[in-house]
Ligand binder design. Structure first.
Ligand code: NAD
Length: 418
């Protein structure tokens, strides 16, 4: 088993895409390197009076097609390498979805569950202060990711606005509606995943009511994704989060599970319904279902877990849930993957719509927002499928081919110095 390095995973597919496009390495070498990486130390006075120093990161992978764009993750395992990979995937994702952004990602190595609200606010403000020289509405625009939410985005807006001496809501997306957030943004990632799956089923002539699904991860992406796919007719028989995995062969009552998780700190702990069993955590990946919905973290489908997968389709809601090794294995075994950089792009497309509204000061209805999101997701899927069929490649490689050709074309117009 090879050492898991998510950035190397990204480069591997990028090189494959370059080879399909017959690009010389000089023509795309710039995409292999992040443009800018910042590591910051964040000394915070904790509630008990002692000072704890946290480490934070912001990686701007690319700004060739527009401002860098990407979420901020608060997680105990976050480090510069993970942040770099997530930033690279954002570059690919924004180019595939054809929105005018590059890619970035940020994070703090912290378990936010272990901090009080006041500590979390102080940490977020300090992080904003430290990265403020390199972010901005036209430069680099953060958003929520694992462990962060609309409240944290609000603190970033407030701190950044104070530093700049003017209210600047466009510096982040995923904000509360009250301070310039957009109707629809909260559900955008899950909604986009549902639209992508519907496009796939339409293309392959399948009906939602014939499809069974198991889902790993029941946070922002997983819970909303499950709710909307269930409403679209999919029978979701298993869900799981970090604490519990649940299986009901007759189908989970997702409306009930969603409401439960929302009122219990986004956790399924203690959730019960008739006919449902608690199963060992890893079993969610290996159930006999049509679709496996990955909505937790990276590196879940790997050499140790891939062989037990029975699903014929993997829907990547999370970023990087499949290692290269597992990716190759699934391709060889005819298991289709709807890859992260296409499938979960609803989040950043929705962020783009929020940013456009902030810049124009003209706010849309939720219907307008969802309609535009659906049009983008559908078009992206169709383009990815055409390129996939043209080159006889996986959907993931198709995404990288599309992204790389757009990024290289943009850089060629902008030109190289020296
Ligand atoms: P979240 O923190 O809201 O939810 C994560 C979920 O995964 C939780 O239910 C958690 O318990 C579960 N989980 C974590 N580790 C697990 C494990 N080892 N086994 C089983 N379950 C586990 O995060 P989120 O915002 O839903 O993000 C999930 C993924 O989607 C991440 O990869 C993120 O980068 C990606 N993503 C998020 C967005 C967004 O808008 N939030 C957009 C695009 C992609």
């Amino acid at each position: 088993m090879t050492m898991y390095d998510p950035y190397q995973n990204m480069l591997h597919v990028l090189d494959e895409a370059a080879s399909v496009l017959k690009l010389h390495k000089d023509e795309y070498a710039f995409v292999r390197y992040p443009e800018r990486e910042l590591t910051v130390s964040l000394p915070i006075r904790m509630d008990d009076g002692h000072v704890q120093v946290f480490e934070g990161y912001r990686v701007q992978h690319s700004s060739v097609r527009g401002p860098a764009k990407g979420g901020v993750r608060y997680h105990p395992n976050t480090d510069i390498n993970e942040t770099r990979a997530l930033a690279g995937w954002m570059t690919i994702k924004c180019a595939v979805a054809n929105i005018p952004y590059g890619g970035a990602k940020g994070g703090i190595r912290v378990d936010p569950q272990c901090l009080s609200d006041r500590e979390l606010e102080r940490l977020t403000r300090e992080y904003t202060y430290r990265i403020s020289p390199i972010i901005g509405t036209d430069i680099d625009v953060p958003a929520p990711d694992v462990g962060t939410n609309a409240q944290i985005m609000a603190w970033i807006v407030d701190e950044y606005s104070k530093l700049r001496g003017k209210y600047t809501p466009g510096v982040v997306t995923g904000k509360p509606i009250e301070i310039g957030g957009s109707l629809g943004r909260n559900e955008a990632t899950g909604r986009g995943i549902m639209y992508t799956l519907m496009s796939y089923l339409e293309t392959t002539g399948k009906k939602p009511c014939d499809i069974t699904m198991a889902a790993q991860g029941f946070g922002n992406v997983g819970s909303v994704g499950c709710l909307l796919m269930k409403r679209a007719g999919i029978n979701i028989v298993a869900i799981g989060d970090i604490g519990r995995s649940l299986y009901n062969p007759n189908g989970i009552d997702i409306e009930k599970a969603y409401a439960y998780a929302n009122s219990h700190g986004r956790s399924l702990d203690g959730y019960q319904e008739e006919g449902m069993q608690v199963i060992p955590k890893g079993d969610v990946l290996h159930l006999d279902v049509d679709v496996l919905f990955m909505a937790a973290m990276e590196n879940q489908l790997n050499a140790a877990t891939m062989e037990g997968v029975k699903a014929k389709l993997i829907l990547e809601g999370a970023n990087g849930p499949t290692t290269n090794e597992a990716d190759t294995y699934f391709y060889k075994h005819g298991i289709e993957i709807l890859p992260d950089v296409m499938t979960n792009a609803g989040g950043v497309v929705g962020s783009y719509y929020e940013w456009v509204q902030n810049r124009t000061g003209f706010y849309w209805t939720e219907e307008e927002y969802n309609k535009k999101l659906q049009a983008n997701m559908r078009k992206t899927f169709q383009t990815v499928w055409q390129v996939k069929e043209k080159y006889h490649v996986s959907a993931r490689l198709s995404c990288y081919i599309i992204a790389l050709s757009r990024i290289v074309a943009a850089q060629n117009y902008r030109g190289f110095l020296g």
